[in-house]
Design a protein around this ligand. Structure first.
Ligand code: NAD
Ligand code: 4TP
Length: 338
């Protein structure tokens, strides 16, 4: 019997719980949510969904899927919760959801984990000063040195490339850090590790036999021959040359403003952006709501939504669950190809 996929319901005051409930109301689900059952029942009532919760423990078999029923591994909230109003007292609860999912993936009680959004600031306010995001938390929880955040639009995931502008995979050389710290974080050894993980996981999970990766420069016009910054000359180009000599297909460093145009993206399997807001606005413009976030380089399968906690929509029932659906479908595909 295949272990189920698990979905962490994320920040309880955000839209994560209701997105999970919306999917369970619409379709027969063959996965398990992790979260507080009473909070999920309350949220279902608030948004007018009839969803019955079935409380299970890791290792319990899943019943026959049926729409309107949500299997749940229970984890209790630490404090009361109202949609749209974050409470740092529940920060530890959000991390407990992740810890249970990681343990289950590593001990075989889960086949993969999909994460609904959490609120990074609230986890920090709860006293976890070193918390950065799911990506970095999972890296540390799994004891690996480097992971890579990659977001991909649905059309790039499933090979239905109808429009080159919308079929995109964008990976990041650096993840969640203040813009003022980005340049110092572009280091040869981590850039090399990121490119190796990206190429290996494109082969492993996305059936790309010889990945072609386009690499952005850090500075405007890729540094303008050193007149607008020297990271391209001193760090990025030497790394790319070294990896090319091993046979990797790498382009760049290219000016990021024109890299994301159909001509430059033709035949490119993934773009490596140097920082969060160099790459993700383009990806989200191309496919917000139809994209998923994948953490590459982990010893487990983790996918996530392409959006955050949307506190402005929480409890309204107006949030779009499509990206969660894409993230679940992708995780299931990855489990199938493992
Ligand atoms: N995977 C994750 O855990 C994840 C991803 C991104 C952001 N975040 C966190 O979420 C919090 C809020 O971040 P933000 O405000 O930058 O981004 P956000 O994605 O929460 O919201 C940005 C805008 O998009 C809208 N939106 C988001 N998801 C939507 C959906 N499913 N349907 C319809 N509209 C939607 C929101 O209403 C808002 O107008 C932050 O703490 C951030 O770190 C978490
Ligand atoms: N960078 C992601 C995005 O903008 O969608 C997001 O913040 C999620 O990051 P984690 O999965 O590491 O929490």
């Amino acid at each position: 019997m295949q272990a189920p996929l698990v979905i962490t319901t994320g920040e309880p005051a955000g839209i994560g719980p209701e997105l999970v409930l919306m999917l369970a109301a619409r379709q027969a689900v063959d996965w398990v949510a992790i979260g507080d059952p009473q909070m999920l029942r309350d949220r279902a009532r608030q948004i007018g969904l009839a969803v019955e919760l079935l409380e299970l423990s890791p290792g319990d078999p899943l019943p026959e899927p049926c729409s309107g029923r949500l299997p749940v591994w229970p984890v209790a909230l630490h404090a009361e919760c109202w949609p749209g109003r974050v409470n740092a007292a529940n920060g530890a609860y959000v991390l407990e959801l992740l810890d249970l999912a990681v343990a289950a993936c590593l001990d075989g009680h889960a086949s993969a984990m999909v994460t609904a959004p959490l609120h990074k600031g609230v986890i920090r306010e709860a006293g976890n000063d070193h918390f950065i995001g799911h990506t970095e938390y999972l890296r540390d929880a799994c004891g690996v040195d480097e992971v890579v955040m990659m977001l991909a639009t649905d059309s790039a995931l499933h090979g239905q490339v109808e429009n080159q502008r919308q079929a995109l995979r964008v990976a990041l050389a650096t993840t969640h850090l203040p813009l003022k710290d980005v340049a110092a974080a572009i280091e040869a050894c981590s850039l090399e590790r990121v490119l190796r993980i990206l190429a290996a996981d494109l082969q492993r999970w996305f059936a790309v036999t010889a990945p072609r990766i386009a690499v952005c420069g850090l500075n405007p016009h890729a540094g303008e021959d050193g007149h607008l910054g020297r990271e391209e000359i001193e760090i990025i180009t030497p790394v790319l040359e070294r990896l090319r000599s091993e046979g990797m297909e790498l382009e760049g460093p290219l000016p990021a403003d024109t890299l994301f145009t159909p001509r430059h993206l033709e035949g490119v399997d993934a773009v490596l952006a140097m920082y969060h807001d160099q790459g993700l606005p383009v990806l989200k413009y191309a496919g917000f709501g139809r994209a998923a976030n994948i953490t590459l380089g982990l010893p487990l399968i983790r996918t996530s939504v392409d959006h955050g906690t949307a506190l402005d929509l929480a409890g309204s029932g107006q949030a779009d669950p499509s990206s969660l659906g894409v993230a679940i479908a992708l995780a299931a595909d990855m489990v199938g190809s493992r």
